[in-house]
Structure formats: structure tokens, C-alpha cells
Ligand binder design. Structure first.
Ligand code: PLP
Length: 470
């Protein structure tokens, strides 16, 4: 494993942080250790014993954590999992010394200010300078706030999203007692406009959820076209860019339909993005943005316990969650200092590498008779799905599951997804019949995936050979 610089950097930064609080009386004054509640030599002995006990527990913890797929390694190419950047890990751990709470400035003064700055930078990706937004604990909670707002602004009107929208939209709508309808997707997993228009003609749609980067395939709904329908039918547009939001930075590297969709994102009414997906953050970091500042009135509430130390906005006043990890904001702020969210910058180049890895895998799959790529076209972002060539769907599904296991035994970790079998097949060859097929899926979201594609391909080929014998 390469040298991990985080412990050294963290030790130096921790000293600097301790200096910030240097005027406080030493907690070890008079040989006392208040955390143990005892004094003198006894305290020292207990401190040693306590450090030893902690070391033993941490070793046991490390063993327990070994029971995981190696998410941090390029040969993990399965689900949406990307290691946090070292600077994010270090900044998060540094903030633990303070453990700030970004509910009110009373509990997290510096980290609230850092959240405001970091969120402004994320909004800047979409060209927004005036907006209302904040971090959330997840994409699900960010979507919940956006759909809650949709319900506040258009009570009793329906929410619609593509059948490939994340399942939380339907569940959240249920929680909010809003009716949700699914709209059919095309053969690339994008919302079908004619199916959407059929719903719109019913006259009771309040909000359309457009997903820019679906969970299953990284498909990009035609947002630019959806916005044209908005002019005709009048509805709110919420963009779920939990996965895909950062691709706005490399829109020029995308195919034309996706580029047009990303170029239109600034016209949405609300957007969510997950820094804990492509933004190099530890889990616990989503983000919701509203184009209109005025929606802040719906959050209005009084708190008898908080909001005392500053007349400035407390983030809890514009958030449904109360306590939130200030450390998440600190980690995000630090990451964006090091890797600014700029087209052509290092962060954007990292996204482009994953995208190129996906296109390369797709190219190789198309040239190999053992596999069936998506008939309608190449991946829109950095997620690749493919089927196994077989006599029928049942056999193709069974083989996909066996190849998945065989690759895992060879150290390559992929994912599985259920998709219509008719979506796969090379033109000229017989397409699979209708019905669901279990397919292979690979989320190539680490920049290193590009350099590792040769190795990934070799192991996929070998895993496939274990199953089909070629
Ligand atoms: C498009 C999309 N929306 C929402 C979510 C839910 O986000 P979270 O897992 O952060 O709650 C996901 C998660 O994969 C997603 O891909």
C-alpha cells in the first residue's frame, strides 16, 4: 500500500490547532487528568493502561474492517464508492478535536462559515451566485428537502420522475404525502419525453424530477427538453444530480445530448449534489440548492435553545435537519481549497479520467463476442452496464452472476444490475428478447481506473473464461 501521508499532516495541523486554544489552562495541570477523574502517578499509570486498551481495541477494529471489499483500490470497480481525498480525511479528523455542530453558529462558528463558502462554490458550478443552499447528511435528505419544498409551493400536485430516478423519490413522496408517478425510460435509461408529456397533459403535475446521472447507468435525462415542456405546461423542475452534478465541469467531454442537459442545469428550480459521491468526501455530505432565495420562508422557525450568539443566519434556520456534522463542512472546504471546482482543474481532470475509462471499457466490450453492450449507445458518464452473450435471457443472467463471482475471486469487484434484456445486443446480431436480465455494471469513478483498465480487462476476461471456458 502506498505511504499514507494523513497521520503526519494531521499531527502537524493538530499542533497548529492546539496553539489556537493555547491560552486555556492545561488540562494536565497539577498532574490531573480530568478525563479520567483521578490525579498524580495513578493518573499517569491509568493513562498508559488506557492507551494500551485503546490500541488493542483499535487493532480489533482494524481486523473487523478487513471484512470489506477494497473500496479504495482501482480493482474495486463495482458500486458508487470513491475514497475521500486525503485532505478531506485529515481535515475531518482535525475537526474532530472541536466536533462542531453546524446547526447554529453557537455550536459551529468557523465550520458554519466554511459550509457557506463551500456551498457557494458548488452553486458556482451551475452558474448560481444568488441561491439558498446548505449541506445535508445525504442525497436522500437533500432530495427530501427539495420535494418538501415542491409540496409547499404546489400542495396537492403530483411529482413525476423517470422509472430510473432513484427509488428514494417515490419513498420520500410517500413520506410527504405527495403522489408520485413514474415515467418510462428509453433504451439508454433516460426519461422518455412523450411519456412525460402524457403525464403533463393530465394537468396536475407540480414538479418534474430530472436525474442527471442515474444510479443504475449514469443516464442523463434530457433536461433541456424538459425545460421546454415547462414553458408549455408550467411545473417546477428539481434536478437530482446527486451522482452527476460535478460533470457540469466537464460537459464538453460528454456526448451532445448530455452536454445540452448539463448546460441547462442552471435553469432548474432546485438541484441536489452529493459531495460524498464524486466530491471526494467521507459519507455524510449531501447538498441541496434552491434558485429562489424566497423559499427560505418555509424553513422559518424559532428555537428557544439556539441562535443566540450571532445575528447572521444560522444554518439550522434554513435546514430541516437540526444537528449536522460541522466536520463534513470542514472536510469539503479543505478539499475545494486544494482542488478548486474549475473546468480544466485537477478535480475536473480526475472526473474526465473516469469517463475515459468507461468509454474504453465500453469499446472493448463491443469488440468482444462474449459480451453485449448497450445497443443504443455508449455510457453517458462513467458507469458501464453490459450483458453476457447467451442463447436466452435466463442463461445470460445466470452467467452474469457467475462472472461477477468469478471476477471477485480474481480480485476484480464489479456490480450487478437488473435491466431490460432487449436493450443489449450488437446491431446485426439477434437482440435478446423482452424481459429483465441480470447484467454486469461497473462504476468507474476513480481517476486511477483509466490507468488500470488493462488490468481490469484482463481480470474480467479471465473471470469470464472461468465461466464460459473461452
Ligand atoms: C441519483 C441518486 N439520487 C439519490 C441518491 C441517494 O443518495 P444517498 O445515498 O446519499 O442518500 C443516489 C444514491 O446512489 C443517487 O444515485
Amino acid at each position: 500500500m502506498p505511504h499514507d501521508c494523513v497521520p503526519e499532516l494531521l499531527a502537524r495541523a493538530t499542533e497548529a490547532l492546539e496553539e489556537e486554544f493555547g491560552a486555556l489552562p492545561d488540562t494536565h495541570a497539577n498532574g490531573e487528568n480530568p478525563s479520567l477523574g483521578i490525579a498524580g502517578d495513578e493518573a499517569e499509570l491509568d493513562e498508559d493502561a488506557s492507551a494500551e486498551a485503546m490500541a488493542a481495541v483499535l487493532e480489533a477494529t482494524a481486523h473487523r474492517l478487513g471484512d470489506n471489499y477494497p473500496y479504495f483500490h482501482p480493482l474495486y470497480a463495482g458500486q458508487m464508492l470513491k475514497p475521500p481525498h486525503p485532505v478531506a480525511r485529515a481535515a475531518y479528523a482535525l475537526a474532530m478535536k472541536i466536533n462542531p455542530n453546524n446547526h447554529a453558529r453557537d455550536g459551529g462558528r468557523a465550520s458554519s462559515a466554511m459550509e457557506v463558502e463551500a456551498v457557494r462554490e458548488i452553486a458556482g458550478i451551475f452558474g448560481w451566485t444568488e441561491f439558498l443552499g446548505h449541506l445535508t447528511s445525504s442525497g436522500t435528505f437533500a432530495n427530501l428537502e427539495a420535494l418538501w419544498m415542491a409540496g409547499q409551493l404546489a400542495p396537492g400536485r403530483r411529482i413525476v420522475g423517470s422509472e430510473h430516478a432513484h427509488y428514494t423519490h417515490q419513498r420520500i413522496s410517500g413520506v410527504l404525502k405527495l403522489e408520485f408517478a413514474s415515467v418510462a425510460a428509453d433504451e439508454r435509461g433516460r426519461m422518455r419525453l412523450e411519456a412525460l408529456e402524457e403525464e403533463l397533459r393530465k394537468g396536475d403535475v407540480g414538479t418534474v424530477v430530472a436525474t442527471l446521472g442515474t444510479t443504475a447507468m449514469g443516464a442523463v435525462d434530457p433536461l433541456d427538453e424538459i425545460l421546454k415542456l415547462k414553458e408549455r405546461y408550467g411545473f417546477r423542475v428539481h434536478v437530482d444530480a446527486a451522482y452527476g452534478g460535478y460533470f457540469r465541469l466537464i460537459a464538453d467531454a460528454l456526448d451532445e445530448p448530455a452536454r445540452r442537459a448539463f448546460s441547462a442545469i442552471g435553469q432548474a428550480d432546485s438541484i441536489i449534489v452529493d459531495p460524498h459521491k464524486h466530491g471526494l468526501q467521507p459519507y455524510g455530505c449531501g447538498c441541496v440548492l434552491f434558485r429562489e432565495l424566497a423559499v427560505g420562508r418555509f424553513y422559518k422557525h424559532d428555537s428557544p435553545y439556539t441562535y443566540f450568539t450571532s445575528k447572521e443566519l444560522h444554518l439550522g434556520e434554513i435546514s430541516l435537519e437540526c444537528s449536522r456534522a460541522g466536520a463534513a463542512a470542514v472536510a469539503l472546504w479543505a478539499t475545494q481549497r486544494l482542488l478548486p471546482l474549475k473546468p480544466g482543474g485537477e478535480f475536473a481532470r480526475g472526473l474526465a479520467k473516469g469517463r475515459r475509462a468507461a468509454l474504453e471499457l465500453d469499446r472493448r466490450l463491443r469488440g468482444d463476442g462474449r459480451f453485449e453492450a448497450l445497443a443504443a449507445g455508449s455510457p453517458e458518464l462513467d458507469i458501464v452496464v453490459w450483458a453476457l452473450q447467451a442463447a436466452d435471457l435466463r442463461k445470460a443472467s445466470e452467467q452474469a452472476r457467475r462472472v461477477f463471482d468469478a471476477c471477485a475471486r480474481r480480485g476484480l469487484h464489479l456490480a450487478l444490475v437488473q435491466l431490460p434484456g432487449s436493450w443489449f445486443g450488437t446491431p446485426g446480431r439477434v437482440k435478446h428478447e423482452r424481459g429483465g436480465a441480470t447484467c454486469l455494471r461497473s462504476v468507474l469513478m476513480k481517476p486511477e481506473h483509466e490507468a488500470w483498465m488493462g488490468e481490469i480487462w484482463n481480470r474480467l476476461g479471465a473471470g469470464c473464461g472461468d465461466v464460459v471456458g473461452v
